[in-house]
Ligand binder design. Structure first.
Ligand SMILES: O=C(O)CCC(=O)C(=O)O
Length: 251
């Protein structure tokens, strides 16, 4: 694997960065094989389209598409290929620079999953910040999103607003589910960047970066492995869901 330069200044400015070809095709193909197997066997724990509660998602698993798996949860424990990636030199070198530490924490509660959008059914994800459901002493959490195949606007790839992690919005700018009410954003959405990824590319983004994604309009499944990391001196708030499972120490 080639080394690449991580531009912390750019990450701090934009709230995300893309690292091309961060994982080998043999690793990502094997991950996809395992994920497909777990999806076909409905290996728990998983989250269904009916569970996400997003606008347009089916309300129950008996409604059309409701029983479709959207996230294979607890990816870290599903197979050593996922935990090895979580601890890999590649990930450690990127986060070492961005979090400015040699050791950090991986949340087992948040993300820690294989996100998928299946061709037969998938719903859209509105504009949001991942921190909406997380409770930490500070918001410096970073998600590392590894594309296991191609991702683009057609199959529900992510869209991002650069610099939005530094913006402050009124409480009223978010709805009761903490989705951004885009009508309050003025022309903010004009800044949208559609992130196109190839297999093995990484999207690294801040927990306050506004992002959204469409549904999968192609005939193939989309697969991504996502882990979220934070500094060891940041802590989940006691008694919250964020503190409900001990993190993995990386380093
Ligand atoms: O893949 C998607 O639709 C978006 C996923 C996402 O943004 C999330 O789970 O926070």
């Amino acid at each position: 694997m080639e080394a690449f330069k991580i531009d912390k200044k750019q990450f701090d400015e934009l709230g995300f960065l893309v690292c091309r070809q961060a994982a080998s095709s043999s690793t990502t193909s094997y991950m996809k094989t395992i994920a497909t197997h777990h999806l076909e066997n409905r290996t728990p724990p998983f989250e269904l389209e009916a569970d996400v509660g997003y606008p347009g998602a089916p309300e129950t698993s008996s409604k059309v598409g409701g029983g479709t798996i959207r996230r294979l949860l607890q990816a870290y424990n599903r197979d050593p290929v996922f935990s090895s990636w979580a601890h890999s030199e590649r990930v450690r070198s990127i986060l070492g620079i961005l979090l400015e530490t040699d050791a950090f924490m991986l949340s087992r509660v948040h993300h820690n999953c294989i996100m998928t959008k299946q061709p037969l059914f998938s719903s859209e994800t509105g504009w949001h910040r991942d921190i909406r459901y997380w409770a930490f002493h500070n918001t410096e959490l970073i998600s590392v999103w590894l594309a296991l195949g191609k991702e683009h606007a057609e199959n529900g790839g992510l869209k991002i607003i650069p610099g939005s992690h530094k913006m402050t919005f009124n409480k009223g700018s978010f709805d009761e589910k903490d989705f951004f009410r885009s009508q309050y954003g003025g022309n903010l959405l004009d800044r949208t960047v559609e992130v196109s990824l190839n297999q093995g590319d990484l999207l690294v983004f801040h927990s306050r970066t506004l992002h959204s994604a469409g549904w999968n309009r192609t005939s193939s499944a989309k697969w991504s492995l996502v882990f979220t990391y934070y500094h060891p001196l940041n802590f989940p708030v006691a008694g919250t869901r964020s503190a409900s499972i001990d993190p993995v120490i990386i380093g």
